[in-house]
Write a protein that binds this ligand. Structure first.
Ligand code: C2O
Ligand code: CU
Length: 595
């Protein structure tokens, strides 16, 4: 009898400790998507701004969004990165990566034309790891050395050291930042980045970031090891859950071991019928395509990535990893009901691998009670035609119109998978899988006027010299979809199809879609072009974390002779000295491409 009592008490004690651990980890989840979240302003006024907006009363139809005003204002952020437990969906993930103790990281906000300074301290322990943060979609005009890609624009930030990124918010809209060191972003190392600018549409309230993500319970390192393994039975790594603003209760009955798990909450939003809201959708996931909708509502898409577009209506917004869209909607009751589901679905046979593909969040209209669980019905899932395609290029007409120039050079890149001599599956671009050298950033070599690396084909460098306009034709000879992302620029997306491009036909040549990430279809083709107006070494890669780890990455070197800013050696030293010292007596287990 006594034994039994002790046993029960022991079990209770464990449960209590577990519940406490889960709660502590759960409470690190950021506040967007809770009823405590505040709305965002139209622009920041907490700095000396002479009367009104920094951009005056401009007409966004007439002003190039890529030429910012000079505000002279700097926004400062201080990030400390550490390892810790996370439980956004109630399942205790023991190896998460946090910024300032939270997941996702803090929201960076700035006005168009402001400077942003982020001091990043690497406190990741148990085990140590390098890190580096990339500011997705921002051009880093004149500051390629703050782009945050280890082996290209910097050395990794060594354990225990700090590095301060300084760059301009040269474009405006919705974006995000994330680690570019191995697949750390999939461990939680990302957050929203919002730049306020002139609005080409009217709305009442800005709801802020709505982050859509697949979510993996395993440590990212273990997943990378699996996908890189020479045992093909380990290659498929389905995500465990899908989150909206980092929330979606996990069904704990799916837990097969002793991992602590308890009930979590849905993300919640309160709106009023008749008002118009702006939602800033961000696919900040690792691998899965997201199809976003709100039951019974019409959504108006007003931007793709950092490009404002002529608004179009839809019921489902498609976002590949890394893509964003701002949408407006004016909520209405559904069959008299004022509690409605918001959803994102990972869908399509080739576009995702998900154990729990749906995330739901609660939309409450006009003061509907906060404890109601909606009972509304989803729109039918998009028909899976196997293409994982974005919305048609024809639907995204940039609001600021621009004609595509004639390219001064055209290259073709073929994407493929290979199994190498040791049985490991890799992704190649023009037959070469990328492999980073953390200790030798390319921008430093370019500064030394060393522009070609015949003994390092694995650095995948295309030197475009002084070309002014670069066209890239991409053929996907693999069955995976690939959200292709370019750094330092936006790209004109000229063609997207299942069929081989005919070499001439361009969609909307007088004003083609511009964005920084576009989905390349399985076995499909895309054609993009960008203006070489930003000297530097710029990554172009698939944004699926695992494909990137497997080498699906190239560097575009642009105007190398102009990579001559005198501050380059000093800035590189800030990360490379500590990194070289660290690697002199620690082995870095680089299990993947490194980026
Ligand atoms: Cu959002 Cu190279 O990345
Ligand atoms: Cu890919």
């Amino acid at each position: 009898m006594k034994g039994l009592v002790t046993l029960v008490a022991g079990a209770l004690a464990t449960t209590c400790v577990d519940a406490h651990r889960v709660k502590e980890a759960y409470d690190r989840t950021f506040h967007w998507g809770t009823l405590k979240a505040t709305k965002l302003p139209k622009f920041l006024t907490n700095n000396p701004l002479p009367g009104g907006t920094p951009w005056g009363n401009i007409d966004p139809k007439k002003v190039d969004p890529r030429i910012p005003p000079t505000t002279g204002v700097t926004r400062y952020y201080d990030f400390t990165i550490s390892r810790g437990e996370l439980a956004p969906d109630g399942y205790l993930k023991t190896s998460g990566i946090l910024i300032n103790g939270q997941f996702p990281g803090p929201t960076i906000e700035a006005n168009w034309g402001d400077n942003i300074q982020v001091r990043v301290t690497n406190n990741i322990t148990g085990p140590f790891e390098g890190t580096a943060l990339h500011w997705h979609g921002l051009f880093q005009n004149g500051s390629a050395f703050y782009d945050g890609v280890p082996s290209v624009s910097q050395c990794p930030i060594a354990p225990g050291s700090s590095f301060t990124y300084k760059f301009q918010a040269g474009v405006f809209g919705t974006s995000w930042y994330h680690s570019h060191y191995s697949a750390q972003a999939a461990g939680g190392l990302f957050g929203p980045l919002i730049v306020y600018g002139p609005s080409h549409v009217d709305y009442d309230e800005d709801v802020g970031p709505v982050m859509l993500t697949d979510w993996f319970h395993k440590d990212y390192y273990e997943i990378v090891k699996n996908v890189m393994s020479n045992n093909s039975t380990l290659w498929a790594n389905p995500s465990d859950n899908t989150l909206i603003n980092a929330r979606m209760p996990f069904n704990c009955s799916q837990v097969k071991d002793n991992t602590p798990c308890s009930n979590a909450s849905y993300a919640k939003f309160q709106f009023k019928t008749g008002k118009t809201y702006k939602l800033r959708l961000i696919n900040a996931g690792a691998a899965g395509m997201e199809y976003f909708s709100i039951d019974g509502q019409t959504l108006q898409v007003v931007s793709v990535d950092l490009t404002d577009i002529v608004p179009y209506n839809t019921t489902i917004v498609t976002l590949g990893v890394g893509q964003r869209s701002d949408v407006l909607f004016t909520p209405k009751a559904v069959n008299g009901t004022k509690a409605i589901w918001m959803r994102t679905l990972q869908s399509g046979k080739f576009c995702q691998r998900a154990t729990n593909p749906t995330a739901r969040a609660i939309v409450l209209l006009d003061g509907a009670p906060t404890n109601v669980i909606p009972a509304t019905t989803a729109y039918p899932a998009p028909v899976d035609d196997g293409t994982c395609k974005n919305d048609p290029l024809e639907s995204s007409i940039p609001y600021y119109a621009e004609k595509v120039p004639d390219p001064s050079v055209t290259v073709q890149i073929t994407v493929n998978t290979i199994v190498n001599s040791t049985g490991h599956q890799l992704y190649t671009m023009n037959d070469s899988p990328f492999m980073a050298n953390y200790n030798n950033p390319l921008i430093g070599l370019a500064y030394q006027q060393n522009y070609s690396y015949p003994s390092h084909p694995e650095w995948n460098v295309f030197n475009f010299g002084s070309n002014s306009s670069i066209r890239v034709v991409i053929w996907n000879n693999s069955s995976g979809p690939h959200p292709m992302h370019i750094h330092g620029h936006d790209m004109y997306v000229l063609y997207d199809g299942n069929d081989k491009w005919d070499g001439t036909t361009i969609v909307n040549p007088s004003n083609p879609q511009r964005r920084d990430t576009h989905n390349l279809r399985p076995h499909g083709w895309m054609v993009m072009q960008y203006n070489a107006d930003n000297p530097g070494v710029w990554p172009f890669h698939c944004h699926i974390a695992w494909h990137l780890s497997m080498g699906m990455y190239v560097n575009f070197m642009e105007h190398p002779e102009k990579i001559n800013q005198s501050q380059i050696p000093g800035i590189l030293k800030q990360t490379c000295d500590p990194w070289n010292a660290y690697t002199a007596d620690h082995t870095v287990e680089q299990i993947d491409s490194g980026v």
